[in-house]
Ligand binder design. Structure first.
Ligand code: C2E
Ligand code: MG
Ligand code: MG
Length: 612
């Protein structure tokens, strides 16, 4: 390492004998160093800030503060840090020298001073000093860099890069502070015995999630999606009351921190304004986007809540709002937590049930109403829970539908139903059909056709005897895609039934667009079918139109012979219901004594419109 030019080095000589300084000065005169002289230890300490020495030559034996004490004190001062000290001493016992080192000295020089030695030690100490300074500079640069990076990182943690809104972390911090100050003001009010209004809420979080935002990204790309999010953020910012905060929680989710909602009506009118602000479309990339949001709000008046708990509550409420449909609003209450916990437990339980093969298929006969003859069975899944009784699908299909597990479980049912159908065919009932329910999620599944092909191939069942039951919602999501899938199914000779007809959009008008074979009239219509009731006319119309469209009709949920009679009179061809049989395991169904419900049908033979 090159030494800096000597003139840039300042040496401080501390000696009570001015002659000693003269000797040193004369020896170093031609070296170009800047020399300062002080005659005692205290002056040396006092001048450190002004002289700023790079090296100190310190006499050991001095009146007042001796060299050891001065050395110790200089080393303890910030301005003495890294300044090498050479002790100049007539003492030369090993003990004395080691005392010098203990006091913090870096080197020593024996009197009488030899100039070669002096020069060598000064140079060596200055080199060390220079290295130390470079290290300090490097450290300082590093420190600045670390501080800059930390600040950048902090900004990233605090702000969302896309919308520049505060981040989730900032929101939690602000919520924590809001809760803290709410707590203090409540305590203050209690001390002063002031009544706070019973309905006053100190802090609230309103969690918003845009409805179907994925569709925007999917159809228009992420750039447009991002611009739309920025526009939404701007519009939401207009709903900020003084002192409140709006944060972006990630994706299409935002959250407001609201203070001082003194009356519940304030929250009501504020949420209404937020929803109203979405009435106008957002203009992005020359397109108008109509966006709706769901909102979940959690309030606290106790101020003992943790910010995370409050956010979790708002999130739970928001998810409940989502389940209610687009543009919904939900206020959190404690029951929601229980429901959420139950729901999570159910999800885990269902996954385990699939792994343990606890899903079994039951079969309910479908009967030709005129003769009572069984023409087929509907396959209905049941959960053989290890601790509970048989669980009905109403309890778990909606959850599986949301998690997507219905795709795997549906495949299990399809496999079991096709195996069973093949057995029945081999037992001498070759025309028997089996109907398997397909949920919306299954119908949309990209593996649907491959899964079906694989089951057909594995079981060897005649596809013409397989019927798949779908609901109107499967058709309405994307009609073109639905038609394409249905045509693929048709090309395999598989039949398609429209299940629960009448409960959805209930429009007969669109039916001709879809390649459907059968309509299943929902149980709710059958249950109140008596003459004069509106349902009587509705079923009549459905049957008449179906015959024009060459669709067969199955009435669901026939429970009484009166209902059966009415349906026969109306010319309904097929039916199923507890009147004939409940769903049961295949082991209970014997084809040697084929189930026939002729006795039930016979009583109706006099009905004029019953086809023979
Ligand atoms: P769904 O497809 O409309 O099935 C008919 C439901 O009505 C069955 O309920 C059946 O037991 C019930 N039912 C039949 N006759 C009567 C009656 O006379 N009175 C009454 N009160 N009910 C009757 P289940 O088995 O509880 O199934 C309920 C729903 O769960 C089904 O409605 C279907 O939408 C769904 N589901 C059942 N199994 C599966 C499956 O394997 N996959 C899918 N995706 N959904 C299934
Ligand atoms: Mg069904
Ligand atoms: Mg049904």
């Amino acid at each position: 390492m090159d030494l800096l030019p000597p003139e840039s080095h300042t040496l401080l000589v501390v000696d009570d004998e001015p002659d000693n300084f003269d000797v040193i000065e004369s020896m170093l005169r031609n070296q170009g160093y800047t020399l300062h002289y002080v005659a005692n230890g205290q002056t040396a300490l006092d001048c450190l800030n002004t002289v700023r020495p790079d090296l100190i030559l310190l006499d050991v034996m001095m009146p007042g503060l001796d060299g050891m004490a001065v050395c110790r004190q200089i080393k303890a001062l910030p301005q003495g840090l890294g300044v090498p000290i050479i002790m100049v001493t007539a003492l030369d016992s090993k003990q004395d020298l080691s005392r010098c080192l203990e006091a913090g000295a870096d080197d020593f020089l024996s009197k009488p001073i030899n100039w070669v030695e002096l020069l060598a030690r000064v140079r060596s100490m200055l080199r060390i000093r220079q290295q130390y300074q470079q290290l300090m500079n490097f450290n300082a640069e590093l420190e600045t860099l670390v501080q800059q990076r930390t600040a950048q990182l902090q900004a990233m943690i605090d702000r969302d890069a896309l919308t520049q809104l505060p981040s989730r972390t900032r929101l939690l911090q602000a919520t924590s502070m809001a809760l803290q100050s709410a707590k203090s003001s409540k305590e203050g009010a209690e001390e002063r015995a002031i009544d706070t209004p019973a309905s006053s809420y100190n802090v609230a979080l309103a969690h918003l999630d845009c409805d179907h935002f994925k569709l925007v990204n999917g159809a228009f790309g992420y750039d447009v999606g991002n611009d739309l999010l920025k526009a939404i953020a701007q519009r939401l910012q207009q709903q900020l009351r003084p002192g409140d905060m709006l944060a972006r929680m990630g994706g299409d989710e935002f959250c407001f921190l609201l203070h001082h909602l003194d009356r519940p009506a304030m929250l009501e009118s504020w949420t209404q304004t937020v929803f109203d602000s979405f009435a106008k479309p957002f203009r992005v990339a020359n397109c108008d986007f109509f966006v709706s949001v769901c909102m979940g709000v959690a309030l606290t008046d106790t101020a003992t809540a943790q910010p995370e708990t409050l956010l979790q509550a708002a999130d739970t409420a928001m998810h409940r709002a989502k389940q209610q449909g687009k543009g919904s609003y939900q206020l959190f209450d404690a029951q929601l937590t229980t429901a959420t916990r139950d729901r999570l437990a159910l999800e885990t339980d269902l996954q385990r049930a699939l792994e343990h093969q606890e899903f079994v298929t039951y079969y309910q006969p479908i009967v030709r109403l005129a003769t009572g003859q069984v023409v087929g069975f509907e396959a209905l899944v049941r959960w053989r829970h290890p601790e509970r009784q048989l669980v009905s699908p109403a309890e778990f299909i909606p959850c599986m539908e949301e998690t997507g597990l219905v795709v795997q479980v549906g495949l299990v049912v399809l496999q079991q139903a096709c195996e069973q159908l093949q057995t029945w065919h081999q037992q001498g009932a070759p025309d028997l059909t089996v109907s398997v329910n397909l949920s919306v999620r299954q119908f949309d599944s990209p593996t649907l056709l491959a899964d079906i092909d694989q089951v057909l191939a594995a079981t060897g069942v005649n596809p013409a005897c397989l019927k798949l039951e779908i609901t109107e919602s499967a058709l309405m999501q994307d009609a073109e895609a639905a038609i394409a899938v249905m045509e693929q199914l048709r090309s395999r000779q598989i039949q398609i039934s429209l299940d629960d007809f009448g409960t959805g959009y209930s429009s007969l008008g669109y039916l001709h667009r879809f390649p459907i074979d059968t309509l299943k009239i929902d149980r709710s219509f059958v249950q109140q079918i008596h003459t004069g009731h509106r349902n009587h006319q509705v079923i009549n119309t459905i049957i008449a139109l179906s015959s024009q469209l060459s669709l067969s009709v199955i009435a669901e949920g026939i429970e009484t012979s009166e209902q059966l009679q009415f349906l026969q009179v109306l010319g309904c061809e097929f039916g199923q219901g507890y009147l004939f049989d409940k769903p049961q395991p295949a082991s209970e169904i014997s084809l040697k004594r084929p189930p026939s419900y002729a006795d039930l049908a016979v009583s109706l033979l006099e009905a004029p419109t019953v086809p023979t």
